[in-house]
Design a protein around this ligand. Structure first.
Ligand SMILES: C[S@@+](CC[C@H](N)C(=O)[O-])C[C@H]1O[C@@H](n2cnc3c(N)ncnc32)[C@H](O)[C@@H]1O
Length: 270
């Protein structure tokens, strides 16, 4: 297993892009307010000020390490808010529009991990690694709406299964779907989940999350347990196995690392 120093440890989460975006918006707002007060009065329209705000916020986003797709969002933010205000939409609609993404896509906003679900080829490949002869313990980090756990429960009745999810609505759906299935579905962050007790840690996250996940897995997972990542590799760390998927879905392969961490009770995986 070749290793490279990861860019940050578990304790040092990368600054959230949402926080950076908020700083750009606040910075642009401060500058616009200063300019409004400093310049001699003209007959600028609110939309002209909004576009100036957009240009400033977009320049700040451009000048920082934010992904480039944030630049047009920053540019359009203030004009869009102004336009929305002129439409006189009921406040509840704005509340719902603001809350819904958080309820479903909290992981995308905080950790740059969106919601997409493991498909059948990935589930079948994962099942190849989980025997039904012993009660193998498996955690799905970011279990989404619980489909993967449901499929595992049906195919491997004696496996000990747990899912961790931090998007409230998604977690609730998983919880309801798995209510009668003897699967732990906990509401919380994957970064707070201790990984030392599992034989298989499954993650379908995003490239952004992989260095941090690897650091955590390397510290906590016991010797011989498996870290399985759907589609996303750990930069600079070669997996022992790459299980190609059949290409019919979005996912491309399962990457499998056999951990060499501190010795623990023998693992019972295939
Ligand atoms: C790509 S989906 C995978 C869903 C499921 N594991 C599957 O394979 O079908 C990733 C999930 O991770 C969740 N997530 C992202 N960051 C998280 C975090 N810090 N803690 C818990 N869940 C998180 C997202 O809300 C999303 O539901």
């Amino acid at each position: 297993m070749s290793r490279r120093k990861p860019p940050h440890s578990d304790a040092e989460a990368p600054a959230s892009p949402i926080r950076k975006a908020a700083l750009c918006l606040v910075g642009a707002t401060v500058l616009v307010v200063v300019l409004m007060n400093a310049l001699p009065p003209h007959d600028e329209t609110p939309f002209q000020w909004a576009w100036l705000h957009g240009a400033l916020a977009a320049s700040m986003a451009w000048a920082t390490t934010m992904p480039r797709w944030w630049v047009p969002i920053m540019l359009l933010f203030a004009p869009a808010v102004l336009l929305a205000l002129t439409l006189q939409v009921p406040p509840l609609v704005w509340l719902a529009a603001g809350l819904l993404p958080w309820l479903v896509f909290r992981g995308a906003l905080r950790d740059r991990v969106p919601l997409f679900l493991s498909d059948q080829p990935a589930i079948s490949r994962l099942l190849e690694m989980i025997t039904d002869e012993h009660p193998v313990s498996v955690v799905d980090l970011g279990c989404g709406t619980g489909g993967l756990l449901l499929a595992l429960r049906e195919a491997r009745p004696i496996a000990r299964l747990r899912g961790v999810e931090n998007a409230p609505l998604t977690w609730l759906i998983a919880r309801i779907r798995l209510a009668k299935s003897a699967v732990d579905v906990v509401y919380g962050s994957i970064w707070d989940e201790p990984l030392g007790g599992y034989d298989v840690v499954y993650a379908y996250l995003s490239p952004a999350a992989m260095p941090r996940l690897w650091e955590k897995a390397r510290r906590e997972m016991r010797a011989g347990s498996l870290l399985v990542s759907n589609s996303f590799e750990v930069p600079g760390v070669t997996p022992q196995r790459v299980l190609e998927l059949d290409g019919t879905g979005m996912a491309t392969a399962l990457y499998v690392w056999e951990m060499g961490g501190p010795p623990g009770p023998g693992t019972q995986v295939n």
